[in-house]
Design a protein around this ligand. Structure first.
Ligand SMILES: Cc1cc2nc3c(=O)[nH]c(=O)nc-3n(C[C@H](O)[C@H](O)[C@H](O)COP(=O)(O)OP(=O)(O)OC[C@H]3O[C@@H](n4cnc5c(N)ncnc54)[C@H](O)[C@@H]3O)c2cc1C
Length: 560
């Protein structure tokens, strides 16, 4: 058995930042990651990171934009803390080695992003996530820590309400191991693969969220799913909001810049939920283009000129050329919304503390909540760093006085037994078929627009898939890099989390931020100005509700 003070699960920006903070606080730290750290989804972030720096912008406006963007569901104490930390966080990342793009006078270049009252998104061309992840990894590399690379978390061990450690297995050997820990930080990132059309990497399967949920942790606001307006048709690859931030715009098949109907003031730079609904409406009402991959609209950047496009939007040029066979310098880019970000996650306060003692969470796996019902672009890279650090500090402080963890041999057996059972079946369900059906179900019944009948049918189908998953079968018997086995594990997690999304969405009879109910089109502050809390029971999620923290901003109608 391995033993550590603090075990951080996940090596994206949130996990690495948490690990660094815990090491700096004097604790002995291990990181467990199913991917090489630099392959984490953080590295795919394109558009940038928000911080109010420079004289013209202000932290106050950043706070207000975030509160409004959240449709007033974000906790305002956490948002205030978050926005104040933004400037120092970006400067720190520069000191760690991240090279940001610069303006002509040498100051940090900033671009406009949706829902922001000022151009405050700092970027490194359109590879901001990679630049941050590399800077972070170089900085972390100067410290001592243990790395379990290509290890999958399968279980969290909790006794008497306190975390004792985790069980994980090494993909390279198939061996299970108990890793005892005084404190555990979950930073396993998003679960966008619940949907078929997503900008998220294949690895984004919400493992840490599902494992924590299984161990009794409370999940928050799971029904709020962000769809990015401009995912490349067919593949779902992201075309950054930076393309519109630099002056690109959307057009329908009639050649109209249709956003003037939906957001007359800020047009294409309205927040993501607004633009996504506009595109869906244009296509549904017959003003979109149609093709073999369904309806779509065009994103045009041609008018920005070759030099600007090729210098500031290099990645989207490559993506469009390689994955859609079109050249954005001379042709419009066909786009349609795709799942992009999960506002919900493991419920934490602003120190990353969860409902279980010794368990902390940060990054996209967590829900603090600063994004409320809708996240603003550029705020989540910042969230990984700000709250990753807080979770690391809190985990280190907790570990300093926590009793020595106790792991039992039965913990390992309990975690390994189901996976062994999957492999010993001679008959059963194929995990990849279950995954495809789940994704189709969520696309069809719990997407951008929702209603009672769809959500009920969605729930029925998700539960049927859950029942079938109980008979899942892993055909591949090898121990080394058994992708069939990791697939099964991940699909199980996706099914659990889908159920929490659908149950939360069905219960919330209002429209707020990214949760748009056609049968309840209005925001209903009297009943629904509250966070959804979900706990796992054998019969599915049990819901309760918690208050939203207000400091200075009273709810207003949200118009752009
Ligand atoms: C295409 C794309 C572009 C984006 N662009 C922007 C942007 O411009 N600005 C912005 O603010 N936000 C952006 N976002 C959102 C932002 O990048 C993410 O929210 C953020 O990077 C998530 O970081 P994380 O550290 O929480 O998780 P990740 O970076 O996803 O890291 C998760 C880690 O957990 C590990 N892990 C997962 N499961 C297990 C397991 N079972 N066992 C062990 N380890 C596990 C993985 O190996 C990985 O190291 C973008 C997201 C996408 C998908």
């Amino acid at each position: 058995m391995q033993r550590h003070d603090v075990v951080v699960v996940g090596a994206g920006l949130a996990g690495q930042r948490a690990a660094l903070a815990a090491i700096q606080a004097g604790r002995e730290v291990a990181i467990v990651s199913k991917l090489h750290p630099l392959r984490s989804h953080s590295g795919a972030a394109q558009g940038g990171i928000n911080a109010a720096v420079g004289k013209e912008d202000s932290v106050e406006t950043h706070i207000y934009d975030t509160v409004k963007g959240s449709d007033y569901l974000g906790d305002q104490d956490a948002i205030e803390f978050f926005c104040r930390e933004a400037g120092p966080t970006v400067v720190e990342m520069e000191h760690f080695g991240t090279v940001f793009s610069r303006g002509p006078d040498g100051s940090l270049a900033r671009r406009a992003f949706g829902g922001a009252g000022f151009p405050r998104t700092i970027y490194a061309a359109d590879r901001t996530g990679l630049a941050l992840l590399q800077g972070m990894w170089e900085r972390l590399g100067t410290e001592r820590f243990t790395l379990y690379e290509e290890w999958d978390l399968t279980d969290l061990v909790v006794r008497e309400g306190r975390v004792q450690g985790i069980v994980a297995f090494d993909r390279k050997t198939g061996e299970f191991e108990e890793i005892a820990a005084r404190a555990v930080v979950i930073a396993t990132g998003p679960y966008g693969r619940v949907y078929g059309r997503t900008t998220n990497a294949h690895s984004c399967t919400g493992d840490g969220v599902a494992v924590a949920y299984d161990a009794g942790a409370v999940l928050k606001d799971m029904e709020f799913v962000q769809f990015h307006p401009t995912a490349l048709l067919e593949s779902g690859i992201l075309i950054t909001e930076g393309a519109r931030g630099e002056g690109g715009y959307l057009k329908n098949a009639k050649g109209e810049r249709f956003m003037s109907r939906y957001a007359p003031h800020v047009l294409d730079l309205a927040s993501r939920d607004v633009v996504s609904r506009a595109i869906v409406t244009e296509v549904a009402e017959g003003r979109g283009f149609s093709g073999p991959y369904g309806g779509y609209v065009n994103l045009e950047v041609m008018h920005l000129g070759r030099e600007m496009i090729e210098s500031r939007l290099q990645e989207i040029v490559d993506f469009s050329r390689n994955f859609a066979g079109i050249d954005p310098v001379t042709e419009p880019i066909p786009v349609y919304p795709g799942q992009h970000y999960m506002m919900g996650g493991i419920s934490t306060n602003l120190h990353g503390e969860t409902s279980i003692r010794g368990l902390f969470a940060a990054g996209e796996a967590a829900c603090v909540s600063i994004h409320g019902a809708n996240r603003l672009g550029g705020n989540s890279l910042l969230e990984t760093l700000v709250f990753g650090k807080q979770a690391g500090i809190a985990a280190a402080a907790y570990a300093a006085s926590a009793p020595a963890p106790e792991m039992h041999a039965s913990d390992l057996d309990r975690a390994a037994a189901p996976l062994r059972a999957w492999s010993s079946r001679t008959d059963g369900e194929d995990p990849s078929a279950l995954r495809t059906e789940l994704q189709q179900t969520m696309e069809r019944y719990a997407s951008i627009y929702r209603n009672e009948a769809d959500l009920l049918e969605g729930l029925r189908r998700v539960r049927a898939l859950k029942a079938r998953f109980a008979r899942v079968r892993v055909v591949d018997q090898s121990r080394v890099y058994n992708v069939n086995l990791t697939d099964a594990l991940e699909v199980g997690h996706l099914i659990e989390l889908s159920e929490a999304i659908v149950v939360g969405a069905y219960a919330r009879t209002e429209s707020r931020g990214a949760h748009a109910r056609t049968d309840y089109p209005k925001r209903d502050d009297a009943h629904w100005m509250r966070h959804t809390l979900a706990q796992r029971t054998p019969d599915g999620p049990s819901l309760s509700y918690g208050p939203v923290t207000f400091t200075r901003w009273e709810p207003k109608e949200r118009v752009y």
